[in-house]
Design a protein. Structure first.
Length: 255
């Protein structure tokens, strides 16, 4: 199953750290954060990866080449780069979490695929758990004590998604959207009809909501962890996590 990684943004919340490179390439323990994301994907058995990039594409290309050298023992590994801005135009024209998916329609064709953001780190086991070859889409949910800060997943029965409530003012549940998905090609049809959100972006959750109305989306809870890499303080959090050996990656088996 192919994996699509959204990595087009600069990451302005990283302040000066992302002035000359995207936040995905900011180093943690002497390696770009994105390297850890790819480590775990490869260890989970995924070997066909599409990086949807935008800001400083040339640096992403350098990273891609270096990473392939690093995992040279994985001979079947393919990592391709697609420039979102060359396909959809500049950020000011069309932007949002649905855009990287829109860009890979021709690459994906009629296959199922995994979609995640390049500034999120998941465990090998949780990534592997989304490798499901059926006719449903899946959204990863994580139980969180501060669910009011995120999109909360509302169940329809035991397995299906009913709807997503973004940053609810009142408690509606503690299972949040972790930003890890498995899609069928039906997602492309929904992306074509969604409109800009109130913040002026095309949101992948709007496409998921349309799929949920057709009872096409199931929830898969993740069991291990979800680390977000969006602010300067996250560098230390991820660094401590890695140094403490809590992130089992392919890097360890290559030493």
């Amino acid at each position: 199953m192919k994996v699509v990684i959204a990595a087009a943004g600069q990451g302005t919340r990283m302040l000066d750290l992302s002035m000359n490179k995207s936040k995905h390439l900011i180093e943690v323990e002497k390696r770009p954060f994105l390297a850890y994301v790819l480590d775990n994907l490869v260890a989970a058995g995924y070997n066909d990866i599409i990086l949807v990039v935008g800001f400083k594409e040339e640096l992403m290309e350098e990273f891609r080449k270096e990473f392939l050298k690093y995992v040279k023992s994985s001979g079947e590994l393919k990592i391709r780069i697609i420039n979102q801005h060359k396909i959809l135009g500049p950020k000011e024209k069309e932007y949002g979490t649905a855009c990287p998916v829109k860009c890979v329609k021709n690459e994906i064709g009629k296959e199922n695929f995994i979609y995640l953001y390049g500034d999120n780190l998941f465990s090998v086991n949780d990534l592997r758990s989304l490798n499901i070859e059926d006719n449903f889409c899946y959204i990863a949910g994580l139980k969180h004590q501060n669910s009011e800060k995120y999109g909360v997943l509302i169940r329809d029965g035991e397995d299906f998604l009913d709807k997503i409530i973004e940053k609810p003012k009142e408690f509606v549940g503690n299972l949040i959207n972790a930003g890890l998905y498995k899609f069928t090609p039906e997602v492309f049809e929904k992306i074509n009809i969604i409109q800009k959100s109130p913040r002026g972006e095309y949101e992948i959750t709007d496409a998921i909501s349309l799929l949920a109305k057709d009872r096409k989306v199931k929830i898969r809870e993740i069991n291990d962890y979800w680390l977000d890499f969006g602010n300067p303080e996250d560098i230390k959090k991820v660094s401590d996590f890695i140094k403490n050996g809590r992130n089992k990656t392919i890097a360890e088996s290559l030493k």
